[in-house]
Design a protein around this ligand. Structure first.
Ligand SMILES: NC(=O)c1ccc[n+]([C@@H]2O[C@H](COP(=O)([O-])OP(=O)(O)OC[C@H]3O[C@@H](n4cnc5c(N)ncnc54)[C@H](OP(=O)(O)O)[C@@H]3O)[C@@H](O)[C@H]2O)c1
Length: 252
């Protein structure tokens, strides 16, 4: 059985999750790749990381039973990684927008289930495996955890909850498991929303709010995840990787 450390990356097929999978594989991790709809992209990432890849694991993280099945698969002592797990990266999330009065309680519950309940649920389920190797969890937050954005109440609230959960889990799971967060500013423009199209006023406003004057790259996030995974005395903290946006208090 290989002694290489093992990571699970949720939403690992595209964009930020993809960059995290590639960076972890390059750093010597074997990587369980989870995806939901992006099957072709997941296959491409697995081809790119070759023998480091495990899975892929396809499931809807909003489905509690499916999450339990994922936990069983990853921690299965007869599985491809022998049940070993050193790092959980809770990357998958939704990014829903809508006017406060136009949205419903059901909308709020859906966002909370995916962006807040699922990461906590995976941390709880996988904790025994992580504890066995003094592993860690890295949660992907958002600068929106710290700044309310009009039209994104559900998202901001879920990410703010995950910011507290990161600290609370660091206490709950100590001393065996460290728990930290990375809060990205913009590192990849939303693709499905034309308000963020090239040359749009929204893009210009966001760029004005970033002191470094540009958005980041998905690999900037991946390198912060790797740093936290390797830092044995950091727990309960979140690194903002945002080009200075929070420091400047800029909403865009
Ligand atoms: N991009 C940025 O600039 C930025 C800024 C701030 C924070 N963040 C945070 O960084 C993380 C990654 O951002 P991103 O922009 O790469 O995200 P993204 O492009 O919106 O991708 C979302 C990921 O989540 C997965 N996902 C969505 N719904 C799911 C469900 N119900 N069940 C399972 N998986 C589901 C998707 O999987 P499939 O594609 O396979 O369906 C996809 O991999 C997120 O936590 C996000 O909030 C990103």
């Amino acid at each position: 059985m290989s002694q290489a450390p093992v990571a699970l990356v949720t939403g690992g097929a595209i964009r930020v999750g993809r960059a995290i999978c590639l960076a972890l594989a390059a750093a010597g991790y074997r990587v369980w790749l989870h995806y939901h709809h992006s099957a072709e992209a997941a296959a491409e990432v697995l081809r790119a990381i070759g023998g480091a890849g495990l899975g892929p694991l396809r499931l809807d993280l909003a489905d509690e039973a499916a999450r339990a099945e994922l936990v069983r698969t990853v921690l299965d002592p007869d599985g491809p990684a022998g049940g070993r797990l050193d790092l959980l990266v809770n990357n998958a999330a939704g990014f829903e927008r809508g006017s406060f009065t136009g949205r419903s309680d059901a909308d709020l519950r859906r966002v909370l289930e995916l962006n807040l309940v699922a990461p906590i649920s995976l941390a709880r389920g996988l904790a025994p495996g992580l504890a066995a190797v003094q592993g860690s969890v890295v949660n992907l937050l958002d600068v929106a955890a710290y700044q309310p954005w009009r039209g994104y109440l559900d998202h901001c609230t879920a990410k703010a909850g995950l910011a507290m959960a990161t600290r609370a889990l660091a206490v709950e799971l100590a001393p065996a498991v460290r728990v930290n967060g990375v809060a990205p500013g913009t590192v990849a423009w939303p693709e499905a929303d034309e308000r963020y199209a090239e040359g749009s006023p929204t893009r210009a406003a966001i760029l004005r709010a970033i002191p470094l004057g540009r958005i980041g790259e998905p690999d900037d996030i991946a390198q912060a995840v790797l740093f936290l995974a390797r830092s044995g005395f950091i727990s309960g903290h979140t690194i903002a990787v945002d080009g200075g946006r929070l420091a400047a208090g800029g909403l865009g």
